[in-house]
Design a protein around this ligand. Structure first.
Ligand SMILES: Cc1cc2nc3c(=O)[nH]c(=O)nc-3n(C[C@H](O)[C@H](O)[C@H](O)COP(=O)(O)OP(=O)(O)OC[C@H]3O[C@@H](n4cnc5c(N)ncnc54)[C@H](O)[C@@H]3O)c2cc1C
Length: 244
């Protein structure tokens, strides 16, 4: 059940040329408990009208860790921002109070996850809920099968949490990490969009696999169509969180 919380920004990192990693600390007596994959909605000082101030952000860190009062968010510096992204990426500073409601959302891993392989497909800050889920699996040693993270961005400097996912490649059984870059000519990995990676790797349809997609509609719309219409996966196997 969601509720309103008061918090303040305790850390800001320029995570990449196009994203900021913001950490907030929940104030007051009651900590926040959430499930990996959920989001919160911040009430940002960007409008006089209450509903125009609300922007949602996926929690990027895992639940049930020592930092249970701290939440991290990876925020993209949106070129066309009229509000939220501009405020958080250009104006917000350490110590700033943030009021938010949450946790919210049903974009969480279907249980028990050990029954199916999971494929995470995302671009940019859409990786946030998957970072939370993967750390949760690692921290709590949750039984699982294969976990394949397919991350897309334009340039190598846009790869988010790269060191962490390279750590999981070595230390989390069954974890596979692919990065597709659309504008980096010298990239030795996949060139182009994320779609080429899963349409090739999962072209033989199986019922023991679930796909999780996260990001903006340009990527999600294409991925849903490719998985369900082109490849023939059942829609119950495709789960997504749409950022806008
Ligand atoms: C459940 C949920 C979770 C979200 N989690 C995150 C998150 O973890 N990190 C994050 O950065 N954002 C996330 N968002 C998006 C976020 O809520 C804002 O929409 C975003 O910060 C842009 O807000 P704005 O006020 O700057 O832009 P607005 O002025 O409100 O947006 C202008 C227009 O541009 C579109 N737009 C904005 N940014 C992009 C983009 N990068 N690509 C394509 N279209 C875009 C918007 O949909 C809108 O149509 C999430 C959204 C939802 C619904």
């Amino acid at each position: 059940m969601w509720k309103w919380y008061d918090s303040e920004i305790v850390d800001i990192k320029e995570q990449s040329p196009t994203t900021r990693l913001i950490k907030i600390k929940v104030l007051g007596e009651e900590p926040i408990s959430f499930k990996a994959g959920q989001f919160v909605t911040m009430d940002l000082p960007i409008s006089d009208k209450r509903l125009k101030r609300w922007r949602s952000y996926s929690i990027a860190n895992a639940p049930n860790t020592e930092g249970w009062r701290e939440l991290e968010f990876s925020i993209v510096k949106s070129e066309n921002s009229l509000g939220g992204s501009k405020f958080l990426c250009e104006e917000a500073t350490i110590g700033l109070p943030i009021r938010f409601k949450g946790p919210d959302g049903t974009f969480t891993l279907r249980q028990p996850i050990a029954e199916k392989d999971v494929v995470f497909i995302c671009t940019g800050t859409g990786v946030a809920p998957f970072r939370s889920m993967i750390w949760d699996i690692y921290n709590q040693n949750i039984p699982h099968r294969h976990i394949h993270l397919i991350f897309g961005a334009r340039y190598e400097h846009d790869i988010l949490f790269r060191e962490e996912f390279e750590f999981f490649e070595k230390n989390l059984t069954g974890f596979k990490y692919d990065v597709a870059l659309s504008r980096e000519p010298s990239w030795a990995g996949h060139k182009g969009y994320v779609h080429g990676v899963y349409t090739e790797g999962y072209k033989n349809v199986r019922s023991d696999i679930d796909f999780y997609l996260c990001g903006w509609s340009n990527m999600i719309d294409d991925a849903v169509a490719k998985l369900i219409v082109d490849l023939g996966y059942d829609k119950s196997q495709v789960h997504y969180e749409l950022y806008g």
